[in-house]
Write a protein that binds this ligand. Structure first.
Ligand code: NAD
Length: 358
């Protein structure tokens, strides 16, 4: 029997999840059973596009569909309520990052999944980017020596907070929405936790547009192994920037240096029908066609989602959570990146910098 799977939230990223799950269904790995979405127009359109049962209230979907697993792809601050209900119904779940926007909320989700003995997979797809996979291998083998310092950056175009999710950007921030990706990645690569953080941020452009959140945040993180990392996160890049996201990581150790530019993968194009040139990241997500002409998605974004489904299949085939421990980005691990985001906001609020009185 194939696992029956549902999706909660069918907006921008929910569409990507539905495309990945739909491909898994075509490959006869799962049954994509249903989608839940509160926006009536979006629900009608997506239920028809993916040929699934639609629900306006996700709780009805959980009750009526006999699901094995669900993907939670709603705004950041809404994940918790849905995860607690999934756990209550004994349903495995893949939750979008960030797990929650408070450590207390994320802890409650982890505890609920543990109590119900269900899988809590956090969709940190940066762990699936080939550049990051190789970087981690080299760090693990000690090729870079002792990691001393590094830099990560993740910056979105302003269309993301001002148009794509204008309704809920004030509940998130460049750190909760973007930085959390690299905080998880750093923990995964370094194999250690942050012990200290300080941060500064700017509120200006989005406030002027009526959206009460930070434009940009810079943080300095110290890890338990003594490595220091600088972080730049923002979501105010201009429309003319040639990618939706600018991102990358570099690190320097006593015996080596590694850099991954996840924005510029060496591909660019400019065509008259587009306003400017484009730098696409085909490593992340790309639509291809199988020999019969059917479209299917590929890339590290999709790999993470398909891996979740693989794990759900193993659990349905009789394996237990102990059998797959350590094989995926877990809720327990996500507590660290959640606490780090929270700590950065605490540092911003405390304005605990040394002031120079010239
Ligand atoms: N992994 C990534 O790279 C990545 C990228 C983008 C977004 N995300 C994450 O995915 C999540 C969704 O982001 P998005 O960009 O798709 O946002 P979005 O606003 O485009 O979509 C969210 C959808 O959830 C729906 N929704 C809200 N409350 C609901 C409810 N109670 N029941 C059912 N549906 C409900 C909304 O109507 C909307 O259609 C966020 O947590 C975001 O951080 C992850």
């Amino acid at each position: 029997m194939r696992p029956r799977v549902g999706v909660i939230g069918a907006g921008v990223y929910g569409t990507t999840v539905l495309q990945a799950f739909s491909w898994a269904q075509r490959c006869r790995q799962i049954e994509l059973a249903a989608v839940a979405e509160i926006d009536e127009d979006v629900l009608t359109k997506q239920a028809e596009r993916f040929s699934v049962q639609g629900y306006a209230d996700y709780r009805d979907m959980l009750q009526q569909e006999d699901l094995d697993a669900v993907a939670i792809v709603t705004p950041d601050h809404l994940h918790k309520e849905m995860a607690l209900n999934c756990a209550d119904s004994g349903i495995h779940m893949m939750v979008q990052k960030p797990l929650d926007v408070t450590t207390a909320g994320a802890s409650a989700m982890v505890q609920a999944a543990r109590d119900a003995d269900v899988l809590l997979y956090v969709d940190f797809h940066k762990r699936f980017d080939p550049g990051h996979v190789q970087l981690r291998r080299d760090v693990s083998k000690g090729k870079l020596g002792r990691i001393q310092y590094g830099y990560v950056w993740m910056e979105d175009k302003i269309v993301v907070p001002s148009v794509w999710f204008r309704d809920w950007a004030q509940h998130s921030s460049p750190v909760w929405f973007l930085g959390v990706h690299f905080f998880d990645l750093l923990q995964w690569i370094l194999g250690t936790k942050p012990v200290r953080v300080t941060a500064t941020g700017v509120k200006d452009k989005l406030i002027a547009m009526g959206i009460d959140t930070y434009d940009s945040i810079q943080a300095k993180i110290e890890y338990a192994n003594g490595a220091h990392f600088s972080v730049d996160c923002s979501w105010i890049l201009p429309e003319s920037f040639p990618s939706i996201v600018n991102q990358g990581i570099r690190m320097v150790g006593s015996q080596g240096i590694w850099e991954v530019d996840s924005q510029d993968r060496g591909v660019f194009y400019a065509v008259e029908e587009d306003a400017g040139s484009v730098v696409p990241n085909y490593y992340a997500n790309m639509e291809r066609e199988d020999p019969e002409g059917a479209a299917y998605p590929t890339g590290y974004v999709i790999d993470s989602m398909l891996w979740f489904l693989q794990l759900v299949s193993r659990l349905k085939d009789g394996k237990g959570l102990a059998d797959i421990a350590g094989l995926y980005p877990s809720g327990e691990e996500a507590l660290v990146s959640t606490r780090l985001c929270e700590g950065i906001h605490e540092s911003l609020a405390a304005e605990n910098a040394i002031l120079f009185d010239w």
